[in-house]
Design a protein around this ligand. Structure first.
Ligand SMILES: Cc1cc2nc3c(=O)[nH]c(=O)nc-3n(C[C@H](O)[C@H](O)[C@H](O)COP(=O)(O)OP(=O)(O)OC[C@H]3O[C@@H](n4cnc5c(N)ncnc54)[C@H](O)[C@@H]3O)c2cc1C
Length: 394
């Protein structure tokens, strides 16, 4: 491999009916931060490239440049109005390996360009699917659900990768993901095989990024960038699946209408039915909607059918795989505070957590922590709210 084989950080944008999905700008701002450092430390020539596919989306390009893209590769075509995995996968793989596009990105001949150096996708329902199929097409690896990124030179000795010799892997993307409810961090690396017997490159180094974990910076209207319009080549057989109609089904759980949300997690497990009843009472006193953590939607606890079908449902899940909420008051009962859950509620104005374990990550994320079991704390809270209501009404 030569250094010119792999270049730039490509970020796959997501939009819905011509409006950017928030995680797109979050990824772009993080890409800018990383490449600002990269440009100082390694090379000023490599760019942040936003890939924007859709129908009638040209106007968005300006927004992308103002949020950090050096270049936008725009594919505006009626066939791309909605994401169809086969077409999107083929097109993205085509664009990011296209030498003409690469030449336009840098305005120079890039003779040996092969693939992107890095690639970002969103870790949502569209991006999770797309990232895996695009990376299969590009024959490289993928780290999913990432919430921290670092680029640096990494000294490494590995039996397989380096045949036991110490080597420096330059410009390596370290991709961090939270595991075991955020109690453990895993660092994922996508490294070339430098062992002469199994030599092989793995590029791009790619990941999907959890929505809500990176900040979107203010748009900078003084930024300049380039828009490259790409004419797609479709294979008719990829267009056989047509989207004839599309309905957005509004959830029956209306979190937006409530000032308070009471959410519960696996901490209910010791006496689930009694605990859910307590949570219902608390929510009723506060005129609150009820949310859950993701594991409960996978039915890990046996409970009566009425409670199960009312509460243990995907519609109530708060987090990166569920709903994003921003109430005035968020009460997390028996929830540890995994990063994926936090991504859904971190914009709440005030967070109260009830948990017996002071080492739970939620303790660092809340405004008030009540150390205790919900069985003990909730009855006191409910009683106190009832008393206060009587005082106010008197
Ligand atoms: C790709 C991916 C996406 C994910 N998306 C989401 C998502 O969108 N939303 C989400 O929530 N999770 C998501 N997760 C799962 C997430 O990583 C955590 O596993 C999950 O949030 C943990 O749920 P929990 O807090 O209910 O359970 P746990 O982590 O098991 O925590 C239970 C908590 O209850 C406390 N507790 C125990 N007994 C009591 C008691 N009697 N009273 C009060 N507290 C008690 C414990 O101290 C503990 O802190 C995702 C994971 C992955 C890998």
């Amino acid at each position: 491999m030569t250094d010119g084989d792999y270049r730039h950080l490509y970020v796959v944008m997501e939009q819905e009916e011509g409006k950017l999905v928030p995680v797109s700008l979050e990824m772009l701002c993080e890409a800018r931060r990383l490449m600002d450092d990269f440009n100082i430390k390694y090379s000023s020539k490599e760019k942040v490239v936003a890939l924007l596919l859709g129908d009638g989306v040209k106007e968005i390009s300006k927004d992308l440049i103002e949020h950090g893209a050096d270049v936008v590769v725009l594919v505006d075509n009626p066939e791309l109005r909605y994401v169809r995995n086969t077409i999107y996968t083929k097109l993205i793989a085509q664009i990011v390996t296209d030498q003409d596009v690469a030449a336009k990105i840098e305005s120079v001949d890039v003779g040996n360009f092969k693939k992107p150096r890095y690639m970002f996708f969103a870790a949502d329902s569209v991006g999770r699917h797309l990232s895996s199929t695009v990376m299969a097409e590009l024959d490289s690896g993928l780290a999913s659900d990432i919430n921290k990124l670092v680029i640096e030179d990494l000294p490494l000795t590995h039996q397989i990768k380096t045949a036991g010799k110490p080597l420096i892997y330059e410009k390596t993307l370290e991709m961090y993901r939270p595991d075991f409810s955020g109690f453990l961090w895993t660092t994922i690396l996508c490294l070339d095989n430098r062992n002469p017997t199994i030599e092989r490159d793995y590029h791009p180094q790619a990941c999907s990024i959890i929505p809500g974990v990176f900040e979107t910076k203010e748009a900078d209207s003084s930024r300049n960038g380039k828009v490259i319009e790409y004419s797609p080549r479709f294979d008719q057989k990829d267009l056989l699946v047509k989207i004839l109609d599309r309905k957005i089904i509004k959830s029956e759980v209306d979190f937006d209408a409530c000032k308070t949300i009471v959410s519960f997690g696996r901490g209910i497990k010791e006496s689930p039915e009694e605990n859910v009843k307590l949570i219902e009472q608390l929510a009723s006193e506060l005129d609150a909607e009820i949310g859950i953590s993701l594991p409960l939607s996978k039915k890990p606890i046996s409970i009566n059918q009425t409670i199960d079908s009312k509460y243990f449902i995907p519609d109530r899940v708060i987090g990166s795989s569920g709903r994003k909420v921003s109430p005035k008051l968020y009460i997390a009962v028996g929830i540890s505070g995994a990063i994926q859950h936090l991504a859904g509620m971190k914009d709440s104005e005030f967070v109260l957590a009830i948990n017996p374990d002071e080492n739970s990550p939620i303790k660092d994320e809340c405004d008030m922590f009540i150390k205790g079991k919900m069985e003990d704390v909730l009855p006191l809270l409910i009683e106190s709210l009832k008393t206060q209501k009587k005082v106010v009404q008197a």
